[in-house]
Design a protein around this ligand. Structure first.
Ligand code: GLA
Length: 734
């Protein structure tokens, strides 16, 4: 058709009008997620990134938006990856969902939830997509609910929490991988064509090996304080799968959710399956910007008691291992009190009657005090703690038992085990996992905590450990046709139990430990106050592990302990000052026998605890700016925390390599107010004379443009110098 010249301007105007149906705007203060919800059509995602103006929002179609299905379902275009795959009651494996309605509601904590209701075009199967935003936060949580309105059971073959298309380009993926004692290694790579997958099948300690969080840097090689970055955290403690499919389209297709392998889920008529939340964020302030978004949101809305300062503690594990007795515990309490600590935690080895827990091969489940070791029981320890002016905490591993235990003798049916198979045993050759899919086991686990806390309400802290994976696919509780529910129902049961525990005992601090850092995931933190990051306390390796972990988790949740030298895992000898300077960038604690320390080391720890208490609010509630990555191999790592008001900051500098002739970079600071003037005070100082800038003041502008020169060694007596050096500086605005 030939278009009349006079019609052209009108046509141009028409083309410039948005053609989308109902634009759903899930905006946060700094970001926008734009959906197009036309009744009777699939829900489309148009945009995710920096906040859009209304005018730009209206132009997305002409600019070229994503316009892709927001929650791709399997069947009608089976070549592409899907977020949801269902087998309907009649065997049909195709799903085709269309928007019915969009509603918003207000959730707990004043959060806004936008729900897009969708239904299959041929089956009464509902798929509701939810998006939650919180006041003042740049994180969007998304999750799906799948409701079976069909006449019989439908099978969910895949049930992801969310999908996000990311424009094809020089996109890099940052993620964390590791193993026991080597958790949270950072890996950064450009996204390859094909599929890059992160998945986990441990069952219980999933962040040990691969973490459920990623960052996607949109402007090439990731930078800490510049560049556009998307962050994604799957809030799920069980098996997960996150992958990016880079196909021949203009998009990298990112999916995240429960790992569906061997976990197909049968949904009976009338039942709803709710996926865990996927938390998304975006920042144009680089990786650190995304971290700050996660930290801020997490502390306020996800981490248990995220607004309460954490105590400085001594944990008994590396100090005495199973060598627990009343005298030793009393000595440790006295020592940590004398160093200024606030809490003592008695680790493994305090329990077992018929089978005392002397090594790691018995007694889990028999949560009664071993009165041979502790004749005055927990009450005796609580009294000693009180006398010393410290709080008392205790270790448990309530999801587990051993073949050598009274619990297992009474209830062999409580453990995870497949029929007709020998039971697979873990730690100590005897450890077994209790089947939390079973409501009776849920009651039992609840009672472990409830009994402790009811009998001894003064217990201030629980270290909740989990030292085994799911070692065998079999539930003695689930029916034969629902064995595939094991991994998922375990976690449903665990979360139900944790809900009950928290309803009854909201104030006790609980640490999530799982053979070290197996449970660093936002899916756990609503019930836990912190996590144990690794059984490796080697300060040098901790610089790396804590660096990676800080991508997604705030310092308040990151337990970080000063342990002995030589280190018990690496055997590396690191001076106390360096060990303290690393530990005090997280939630500071000690994990050694203070009686084995000499007076000088004790004095350094005492000073570190004292100094840490002064900066605790900055570390635990401040904004993190990572400055120099240890992964850059520049010989130094550095980061800082700044209060939201930018009136107080703490700067960390760790020299991580030593060679003569080394040319270390000078580190410009970040996050300060350029127009404020900051006075420098060194913390944990061991030098005979102060740094040249001690007590001097600089503008934030100068510090951010130039940083301060760090001497490579200390000014200490000759025989006291070592190959390590580190500095902690407090910067206080006038
Ligand atoms: C796990 C934990 C340690 C310690 C031991 C006790 O390995 O990670 O910190 O509690 O169990 O057995």
């Amino acid at each position: 058709m030939k278009i009349q010249a006079s019609l052209l301007p009108a046509l141009a105007l028409l083309m410039a009008q948005p053609v989308y149906g109902e634009v759903v705007d899930i905006s946060t203060p700094g970001t926008s997620l734009i959906l197009d919800a036309v009744k009777g059509q699939p829900l489309k995602i148009l945009y995710y990134g920096a906040k859009l103006s209304d005018a730009d929002k209206g132009m997305l179609d002409v600019a070229g938006g994503m316009n892709l299905n927001a929650y791709p379902v399997y069947g009608l275009n089976p070549q592409s990856e899907a977020a949801l795959s269902v087998t309907h009651t009649d065997g049909n494996r195709t799903t085709d969902v269309a928007v019915q309605d969009v509603k918003t509601s207000t959730d707990k904590d004043g959060a806004k939830v936008t729900t897009v209701y969708m239904t299959d075009t041929a089956y009464p199967l509902n798929v509701n997509l939810n998006y939650r935003t919180y006041p003042g936060q740049d994180v969007i949580e998304t999750w799906a609910e799948i409701e079976n309105g069909e006449k019989g059971t439908v099978t969910l073959n895949r049930f992801m929490s969310g999908y996000l298309p990311v424009r094809y380009g020089n996109v890099w993926l940052s993620s964390l991988y590791g193993t026991w004692a080597d958790e949270a290694n950072l890996t950064e790579e450009p996204l390859p064509h094909g599929v890059r997958m992160i998945k986990n099948k441990d069952g219980l300690r999933n962040s040990h090996t691969s973490h459920g969080e990623v960052m996607l840097s949109l402007d090439g090689k990731p930078r800490e304080n510049e560049g556009r970055v998307i962050g994604a955290a799957l809030c799920y403690p069980g098996n997960y799968k996150l992958f990016v499919d880079t196909d021949d389209s203009n998009y990298h297709h990112f999916f995240a959710g429960i790992n569906e392998e061997n976990s197909e889920y049968h949904l009976k008529k009338g039942e709803t399956f709710t996926t865990p939340e996927l938390a998304l964020t975006y920042s144009d302030e680089g990786l650190s910007g995304v971290s700050r978004n996660f930290h801020k949101w997490g502390r306020k809305y996800r981490l248990h008691d995220g607004d309460k300062e954490r105590k400085v503690l001594l944990n008994s594990w590396e100090g005495v291992y199973f060598g627990i007795n009343e005298e030793v515990m009393a000595g440790m309490m006295e020592d940590i009190a004398s160093m200024g600590g606030e809490l003592f935690v008695m680790d493994d080895g305090w329990f077992g009657d018929k089978y005392p827990r002397d090594v790691d091969n018995s007694s889990l489940g028999d949560w009664v005090v071993d009165t041979n070791k502790l004749p005055n029981g927990i009450n005796g320890l609580l009294e000693t703690a009180k006398k010393n002016g410290v709080k008392f905490g205790i270790w448990i591993e309530p999801e587990m038992t051993n073949t050598v235990s009274e619990l297992y003798e009474k209830h062999p049916e409580y453990i995870i085990k497949a029929p007709k198979r020998e039971v697979v045993k873990g730690r100590g050759g005897t450890q077994l996992v209790l089947d939390l899919a079973n409501p009776k086991v849920q009651d039992l686990v609840f009672e472990v905590v409830d009994t402790l806390m009811t009998k001894y309400p003064e217990i201030d802290y629980i270290k909740w450990d989990a030292n085994a994976p799911i070692m065998e696919h079999g539930s003695q509780y689930l029916t034969a046709d629902n064995q595939s529910h094991l991994y998922i129902d375990y976690h449903k049961g665990l979360i139900k139990t944790l809900d009950r525990i928290r309803a009854a005992h909201p104030n006790v601090t609980i640490q999530a430990c799982a053979s070290g850092g197996g449970r660093a995931n936002w899916g756990f933190l609503p019930w836990f106050d912190e996590f144990w990051l690794s059984d490796n306390n080697d300060a040098l390796q901790r610089v790396y592990m804590q660096w990676g972990t800080s991508y997604f988790f705030p310092a308040i949740a990151m337990a970080s302990h000063i342990s002995a030298s030589p280190n018990h895992q690496t055997f590396r000898r690191i001076p106390t000052k360096f060990r303290a300077d690393v530990a005090m960038s997280g939630r500071l604690g000690l994990e050694m026998q203070p009686r084995d320390m000499n007076d000088e080391d004790k004095a350094i720890c005492r000073q570190a605890i004292n100094d840490y208490k002064k900066i605790r609010p900055i570390v635990q509630f401040g904004d993190l700016y990572r400055l120099q990555s240890p992964y850059d191999k520049k010989g130094v790592a550095s980061l800082m925390y700044v209060t939201p008001e930018k009136d107080d900051a703490v700067f960390y500098w760790w020299k991580i390599e030593t060679f003569m002739g080394q040319q270390l970079p000078r580190i410009p600071m970040a996050g300060l107010d350029p127009d404020k003037t900051y006075t420098v005070t060194e913390l944990n100082r061991i030098d005979n004379e102060p740094l040249p800038y001690e007590g001097k003041s600089f503008t934030g502008r100068y510090l951010m443009d130039n940083g301060l020169e760090m001497p490579l060694t200390y000014k200490v007596d000759y025989n006291k110098n070592t190959d390590y050096a580190s500095r902690v500086l407090r910067l206080t605005a006038k």
